[in-house]
Design a protein around this ligand. Structure first.
Ligand SMILES: [Zn+2]
Ligand SMILES: [Zn+2]
Length: 243
């Protein structure tokens, strides 16, 4: 389909950004080994790999209060995958979302289906920022994941109420407070959605997972709105303070 379109916007390998011909697998054969896929065991909360097999949670999740569980990620935020996610986010490579979601799904089918999610919610971006960027990469990834899992994607219920103040120099508590006031749940939209849909288990989607503070803020708000379980699904997780 669309060879003219392919000439203008050729499909690109999400790892090296090299041009691919339509009909070829989107990932070059040589790029597969460059992806820092998550290896088990991984943290039962955020999905980050853990070295100590006797533990269920990573160091960060053990010492912090977490309102989410059952996290799954495609890989660690380093090397070629890190470069890829940065292009996905800042360099208009929205198309990578499909490969991220499909690969994540193929590698974690059981884990993801066991979450029995009622909805997939992307971490929202401030509307002005989204307009400038042209897309919210978390939402693009969420839609592709929704197609794999056959779970509806719910946008516009969890919203960005205001721009986040600079987080630098703030301690954990202040960062969380800062983010809790940056997000909000649109009660009217949620009531509308709940008329026809269950809303007990939610997959919360973001591109990068770092400290988990964003996830925590969003998960708390969703739980206050009646969700029983929130599970974070991300493209890449940064390594914690200690593994
Ligand atoms: Zn490649
Ligand atoms: Zn963790």
């Amino acid at each position: 389909m669309g060879s003219f379109f392919d000439l203008l916007f050729p499909p690109r390998c999400p790892i090296c950004d090299g041009v691919r011909f339509s009909g070829e697998p989107v990932l070059c054969p040589g790029c597969e080994s460059r992806v820092s896929y998550i290896r088990e065991p991984s943290c039962m909360c955020c999905g980050r790999p853990i070295l100590n097999e006797d533990r269920e949670f990573c160091y960060d999740c053990q010492k912090r209060e977490r309102s989410y569980t059952g996290g799954v990620a495609l890989g660690t935020y380093e090397g070629a995958l890190r470069e890829s996610v940065l292009r996905f986010k800042y360099d208009k490579r929205e198309e990578y979302a499909r490969w991220y979601a499909q690969t994540l799904y193929e590698r974690n089918r059981l884990k993801l289906t066991r979450l029995r999610a009622d909805a997939i919610i992307p971490v929202p971006m401030h509307p002005l920022k989204e307009r400038k960027r042209g897309y919210n990469q978390a939402a693009s990834f969420a839609r592709e994941l929704g197609a794999c899992l056959d779970v509806p994607v719910l946008e516009g219920v969890l919203i960005r109420a205001r721009k986040t103040e600079p987080q630098k120099g703030l301690n954990d508590v202040a960062r969380l407070q800062n983010l809790l006031s940056a997000f909000a749940v649109d009660g009217d939209k949620l009531s509308e959605w709940k008329k026809d849909h269950p809303f007990e288990r939610v997959i919360l989607v973001d591109d990068i997972y770092t400290t988990g503070t964003t996830m925590e803020a969003c998960a708390r708000l969703l739980k206050q709105a009646g969700v029983l379980r929130v599970s974070p699904v991300t493209v890449a997780v940064a390594s914690g303070f200690a593994d």
